[in-house]
Design a protein around this ligand. Structure first.
Ligand code: GDP
Length: 366
């Protein structure tokens, strides 16, 4: 078969795998302007469809930004810092300046200090070697902080193109739709404006006669819980409004289950409080450590839910991570699911999450 290229996004056309990039039905090859299924849906149904690019495709696509002169806007999910940092971004985007944007500020509880969040973002960026021009905290869904941010983008870009990058589920579509809506008054522009001919596979939104804003495909970070649960469960575990922390006073040898998606064993230490920050839709269940395995074996997907049936099919088994916590005010973080703040140190815990999902500890944000 001779090689066909999608006239919308430039991806190579294939006719075998409908759920992969570049798919078009064989009958489409007869037409003059062949476009892939993703572009077809965007054009005809105003619907952005996520196709699973593999890691190489992503790297290639992002790498092409390195050879442009542009401003990078990197969205981070404030509910899932660790899961939404793109490692290697500095290398991929060349020397282009970066604005870091922490999204979903509205879900953080009032007890969290925004200054600390901002400092954390700057520090993390430094660790990853990113040249950060500025940091903003916003809520794309509520519109908080958007005006200040769009002014800053206009100021920093100095007439250049803007690339918006982020891992999946950080709120990139919500962000771009709002930005366009606020500057142009067009509703849901990202799904209604379609500008064929970009060779990079990015969605192109004109800013003025010379320059554009590009929406890049969401980078997959395999440490994120999002990739191991059903769409239905993803909705449940992604907080939609301010998280109400739930406090448990635990003795050693007690266990908390977060639905059936994660588990925390308090193995050793004085009685202390565990402040849980999870979507309000996740049930937290307390039990004795000695009964935990049995409870999990018998009640996963029922008493301990989510996971729903579909998630159960795709979810790897839970993996144990053991931590000795010596510092006061520490967070135990389940990437993309939530975190538990331990106000007092000198304890030992084991945290469980599906294998592949990152579990880590950090200085608390309170
Ligand atoms: P994308 O995959 O990066 O394009 O992310 P989406 O724009 O589809 O958003 C992912 C999820 O996060 C959706 O459930 C959104 O409703 C939600 N979301 C996006 N922005 C915000 C925000 O500022 N606050 C809250 N609470 N939720 C948000």
């Amino acid at each position: 078969m001779s090689e066909f290229i999608c006239q919308g996004c430039g991806v190579k056309i294939q006719t075998d795998q409908p759920d992969q990039p570049g798919y078009a039905p064989a009958s489409a090859l007869e037409r003059e302007d062949i476009i892939c299924k993703r572009c077809f849906r965007l054009k005809n149904y105003n619907e952005v469809q996520d196709v699973p690019y593999n890691d190489d495709d992503f790297l290639r696509m992002l790498n092409s930004i390195g050879s442009t002169k542009s401003l990078i806007v990197n969205l981070i999910d404030l509910f899932d810092f660790n899961g939404s940092v793109i490692s290697g971004l500095a290398r991929l985007t060349g020397n282009n300046p970066i604005i870091l944007v922490g999204n979903k500020l509205d879900v953080l509880p009032k007890s969290i200090n925004p200054k600390k969040v901002e400092q954390w973002l700057r520090r993390t960026a430094k660790e990853y070697g990113l040249q950060v021009k500025d940091v903003f905290l916003i809520s794309a869904a509520k519109g908080h902080g958007m005006e200040q941010l769009s002014e800053a983008i206009e100021r920093y870009r100095q007439g250049r193109d803007v690339y918006v990058v982020g891992t999946t589920n950080v709120g990139k579509s919500t962000f771009i739709n709002r930005l366009i809506n606020e500057t142009s008054g067009v509703k849901d522009a990202i799904t209604t404006s379609y500008f064929p001919g970009t060779t990079l596979g990015f969605i192109d939104i004109p800013l003025d006669d010379q320059s554009s804003m590009f929406d890049t495909p969401g980078v997959i970070n395999r440490h994120q819980m999002a990739h191991y649960v059903s769409e239905q469960d993803l909705k449940l575990i992604t907080p939609k409004k301010e998280i109400k922390p739930k406090v448990f006073q635990l003795n050693e040898e007690q266990t908390l289950f977060f639905g059936g998606l994660a588990r925390l064993d308090f193995e050793q230490g004085e009685r202390t409080s565990f402040i849980c920050h999870f979507s309000n839709d996740i049930n937290i269940h307390r039990t004795k450590l000695e009964k935990a395995d049995e409870l999990y074996a018998n009640h996963l997907g029922e008493l301990l839910s989510p996971p729903d049936e579909e998630s159960l099919d795709k979810m790897p088994p839970l993996k144990q991570h053991t931590f000795r916590i010596s510092e006061d005010k520490t967070d135990i973080v389940f990437s993309g699911l939530g975190w538990v703040t331990v106000p007092e140190g000198s304890i030992s815990v084991s945290a469980y999450a599906p294998e592949g999902v990152k579990v880590s500890v950090r200085e608390s944000l309170i």
